[in-house]
Design a protein. Structure first.
Lengths: 352, 329
């Protein structure tokens, strides 16, 4: 994050009909929130963290192949945003999408099995880490060409409107995607045709190893939406409740008024771009990484809850232990699952 | 049987399918108020309204990707490319998106979409507007590639394409839009993946698609005067390819000439030649010859353009060579 809390980031114009009240401190919002919801958000973030740690371990053991992009550090974005969606809403993601799949409620075993290339994976072992799909929960993929899924998200939003269905599409992508043509064409169409889509840019400050200041002519990135007359705002992406609230407003706006919104969630990834590059030492320093870790989304929520007496260290440990067990079971399921059959090579190319 | 222009046949196919299936809609540049750059969608805005006939900005990547997403959500979009040259800016959405979605989702996400418009050269449109890109698309698993040469084929195949549950690249021809032909009345479809014998013969097989069918037929008529009976096969669908009809013909005639408007290197004709040598080697009495577009960007000047596109004379010359005959003159 270039600056501190969400309160400094929210600059949506009134003309776009987007409320621009400033957020109260996290403690205050946590106190006002439904305790079971807050517990669920915390546990989902923890699940993603532990899952990704396990994925890194399995990758190092050669049990996961290909490219593997971890989400550690960014958990509050997927968890907060997806908690604001309804069960029939659509989700599109980039290739860093394990966290979104888990946040949406995809079975951790099916995700891990997909990473391991097993027949029981959510995409039958044909997609891998970058192409997680589960249409039953509206999870329409991990997509691995930067920005390539932004038009698809406009398309499901178009279809919902065409069919008079109150379904919203949420589309997640990284900061590097704002510089590719698909971003601009999608934004133009989404606003021109009033489509119910929420575009969430997860600004983790680097496109692979290239910092934003070397890639974008404008920062803050959410101001890109001005060129299309689209409502836009930034949110502290390390604050799960702030993300939930801001995305929730955008989702309502999409559902009620068929209007798109662009949200820039400021966040940070702790690991390398993928498993093939180090967390620090090339394009960023250890000190920089450590500084960001001070704003860790899980720690921040935990501290806030502890400070208002809504969480004890014991309760946290209990949640963590449960989550670790889910992850161990997922890893065991992936390990024990069969490889895809050779017959599967040629299936699913065409649909009869 | 009523006579329709090729563009009218396409219009009928789209309109009939839109009347019977609310999920079908048309989008593209100028398809609405302008009635289509080549008037293929004439009257459709009036009949179906702006919800189902959508004028888009000049934004092929954006609206093609939007259509792919709409197909993922259960609609059946028809995307009109003003010309297939412009599909190049939408290639990522077609190849990385439409073609692969079903496979990489493990069978969860079919993409029933038709991307249609004219391909190939017209008249002096020069390098960026005169390209035959069918071999590019036919290379990609997950796509179907259809190229109708007659009004009847255009109607029957487009209706099948719209009903197909896969992405279909449907390439028409600017110079065929005005061509008239008989089209069966009523419900009329042609299955994708079935070739058509446009002329029967016993001495040589000429394989040609889209407007090269007419070049092949002209050549066949000329050859008949010298007693050579050429069989002209129009695959109509390049992917999936009706291998059997092609091979049956070559097994009968023992000689084949493949005509295509596109560039020679890795063109679709190379695929046909591969098929024939592989599956009918023992039946061949001569090497398979190809007549292709020149290996150059399309020039503007009329004589150069003519020299770049296969014509009757070059097809006749190739037929003479596979028959080991001297040319007439």
């Amino acid at each position: 994050m270039k600056s501190g809390s969400a309160t400094e980031h929210r600059g949506v114009t009134e003309a776009n009909g987007f409320e621009s009240d400033r957020l109260a401190p996290l403690e205050e919002r946590a106190r006002g929130a439904d305790p079971s919801l807050v517990k669920d958000l915390l546990e989902k973030m923890l699940l993603i963290r532990r899952f990704e740690e396990k994925a890194a371990e399995l990758y190092a053991l050669g049990k996961i192949g290909g490219f593997c992009h971890l989400y550690i550090g960014q958990e509050a974005v997927a968890v907060g945003a997806i908690s604001a969606l309804g069960p029939d809403d659509y989700i599109f993601c980039s290739y860093r999408e394990h966290g979104h799949a888990l946040a949406r409620g995809m079975d951790a075993g099916a995700v891990m099995a997909e990473l391991a290339g097993k027949a029981t994976g959510c995409s039958k072992g044909k997609g891998g880490s970058m192409h997680l799909f589960d249409t039953r929960i509206g999870f329409l993929g991990g997509h691995a060409i930067v920005g390539g899924h932004l038009p698809l998200a406009a398309g499901t939003a178009f279809a919902a409107k065409y069919q008079n269905q109150p379904r919203v599409t949420a589309c997640f992508f990284g900061d590097a995607a704002v510089n590719i043509g698909a971003f601009h064409e999608s934004f133009n169409l989404a606003q021109l045709w009033n489509l119910p889509v929420v575009y969430v840019c997860e600004n983790n400050e680097f496109g692979m190893g290239t910092p934003i200041e070397k890639a974008s002519s404008i920062d803050p990135l959410h101001e890109r939406a001005c060129g299309y007359g689209m409502a836009h705002t930034a949110v502290d992406g390390m604050d799960v409740l702030a993300v939930r609230e801001v995305v929730g407003e955008a989702v309502e706006r999409a559902r009620r008024h068929n209007l798109p919104t662009f949200i820039e969630a400021r966040t940070y990834r702790y690991m390398g771009h993928s498993m093939s590059d180090p967390a620090h030492g090339t394009y960023r320093t250890r000190a920089e990484l450590d500084e960001h870790r001070r704003h860790d989304p899980i720690k921040r929520l935990t501290s806030a809850l502890e400070s208002i007496g809504a969480l004890t260290p014991e309760a946290f440990e209990e949640s963590d232990a449960q989550v670790r067990q889910v992850v161990e079971q997922a890893a065991a399921f992936a390990e024990e699952s069969p490889d895809p059959a050779s017959d599967d090579l040629h299936s699913d190319v065409y649909r009869d | 049987m009523p006579t329709l222009a090729y563009r009218e046949a396409l219009n009928q196919a789209m309109s009939e399918e839109m009347r019977s299936d609310e999920r079908v809609f048309l989008l593209g540049e100028e398809v609405g108020a302008y009635n289509g750059a080549y008037k293929v969608s004439k009257g459709m805005l009036e009949e179906f309204g702006p919800k189902r006939v959508l004028d888009t900005p000049i934004s092929e990547l954006g609206f093609t990707g939007l259509a792919v997403g709409a197909a993922m959500a259960g609609l059946r979009p028809i995307v009109e490319m003003m010309t297939f040259n412009f599909s190049l800016v939408a290639l990522d959405q077609i190849i990385n998106g439409a073609a692969k979605m079903l496979y990489m989702s493990g069978g969860q996400c079919p993409v029933p979409i038709v991307i249609r418009g004219p391909g190939g050269a017209a008249h002096q449109l020069s390098a960026q507007h005169s390209q035959s890109l069918e071999s590019w698309y036919a290379n990609v698993p997950g796509l179907k590639v259809v190229m109708p040469a007659t009004p009847a084929d255009a109607k029957g195949l487009l209706k099948s394409a719209i009903r197909d549950n896969n992405p279909v690249i449907f390439i028409e021809s600017e110079v065929l839009y005005g061509m008239k032909g008989e089209v069966p009345e009523g419900e009329y479809t042609i299955p994708i993946g079935v070739a058509d014998v446009k002329r029967t013969g016993k001495d040589v097989t000429i394989i040609a698609h889209l407007k090269m069918v007419y070049v092949a037929l002209e050549a066949a008529a000329e050859l008949a005067k010298e007693g050579i009976e050429a069989e002209v096969i129009d695959p109509r669908t390049l992917r999936p390819l009706d291998e059997r009809t092609l091979l049956d013909s070559v097994r009968k005639t023992n000689r084949a000439v493949v005509v295509e408007e596109g560039w020679p290197f890795a063109g679709v004709g190379a695929q046909f030649a591969d098929l024939i040598q592989r599956e009918a080697f023992d039946f061949l009495d001569a090497p398979v010859l190809r007549v292709t577009g020149a290996d150059v960007p399309m020039p503007y000047a009329k004589p150069l353009e003519h020299a770049a596109i296969p014509d009757k004379a070059r097809v006749i010359e190739a037929v003479h060579r596979v028959l080991y005959r001297r040319q007439a003159t």
